[in-house]
Design a protein around this ligand. Structure first.
Ligand code: FE2
Ligand code: FE2
Length: 309
């Protein structure tokens, strides 16, 4: 029997699957779920805990899998959907995450990039037209510390923050979202354990870590489809207002305003997801320990957003 790999992040929500799913253990395919099951609740949680990124289906089931994906995503984006906002958010978050994973792994693929860009605009619409949508996406725990999930979280924080900053220009919000989704493409390529607190990294690894935005830009040097605004955000998302960021140590006046917003949201989710800091303590860390690195008004607004979850 021939199998093909599918992303776990695409299997979300309450719809029943119309294909069998396998897990690969010691090069053997083990039947994991049968058609008629779904991926909601505890089952999804267990999969996340196992840190599995891929599952398998039979090659002949691929058309069924594609239909499942399309129906699931269409119903999640449908404003008249009968699904509750949390289920819709889970499906949409999973779709965004799997697209980011595709671009991280295949940056040279123009089709993936453009598909992700179009889908990110739909994501913006979902987030801006439903008052409960951002909170529902942010409630999805990144328990396996997945880098693409972190991108979706940063994008959601950026949209929620721009709403609080009274930013109404849809184009600006779209660039902010798309740049946030892809900001850590260089970290994906960097051989350090970025899922642990940075103070546990050796000096050599910390040096590598601090070079990750540059690695991203180098990696994309020969691709022509990455938009200049996205490249700017990838390059500047670890820079700080006071010049203490990296890789270049740029100053506030040299930074793109969108990069500054992504940097604040990124710093917040870095603390929450990878440094194991609580929602109450994360804003304090940014305001006190990291004072001067990010705009205080942005930290305060972000703090309101995460406290309301
Ligand atoms: Fe980063
Ligand atoms: Fe990041």
């Amino acid at each position: 029997m021939n199998h093909t790999s599918i992303r776990v992040s695409t299997l979300r929500g309450d719809s029943k699957i119309n294909f069998d799913v396998f897990v690969k253990i010691n090069e053997k395919m083990i039947h994991y779920l049968r058609r008629g099951d779904s991926f909601e609740g505890t089952r999804l949680k267990r999969l996340k805990e196992k840190k599995l990124k891929n599952l398998y289906i039979l090659v002949e089931d691929e058309p069924h899998y594609r239909t499942y994906l399309k129906t699931n995503i269409d119903s999640a984006y449908d404003p008249n959907s009968k699904k509750d906002v949390q289920t819709r958010a889970e499906i949409i978050q999973g779709d965004q995450q799997s697209r980011v994973e595709d671009v991280f792994e295949n940056p040279e693929n123009k089709e993936f990039y453009l598909g992700t860009k179009t889908a990110s605009h739909k994501f913006v619409e979902f987030l801006t037209k439903n008052s409960l949508a951002a909170a529902a996406v942010l409630k999805i725990e990144n328990s396996d510390k997945n880098l693409a999930h972190h991108g979706v979280t940063v994008a959601t924080l950026a949209v929620a923050l721009s709403h609080k900053m009274k930013q109404e220009d849809q184009k600006v919000i779209q660039w902010l979202t798309f740049g946030s989704l892809l900001h850590d493409i260089g970290l994906h390529e960097t051989p350090v354990v970025y899922t642990q607190p940075l103070n546990l990294l050796s000096p050599e690894d910390l040096k590598l870590y601090r070079g990750h935005p540059h690695v991203g830009i180098e990696k994309l040097k020969n691709t022509e489809h990455f938009d200049p605004q996205v490249l700017k955000i990838i390059n500047e998302h670890e820079e700080c207002l006071d010049g203490s960021g990296y890789p270049k140590g740029m100053l506030e006046k040299q930074l793109d305003p969108l990069s500054i917003i992504v940097a604040t949201c990124n710093a917040m989710d870095r603390l929450l997801t990878f440094e194991a800091i609580s929602k109450t303590d994360a804003p304090k860390r940014l305001m006190i320990d990291q004072v001067g690195k990010h705009p205080l008004d942005q930290i305060k607004l972000l703090s309101e957003i995460i406290k309301s979850l």
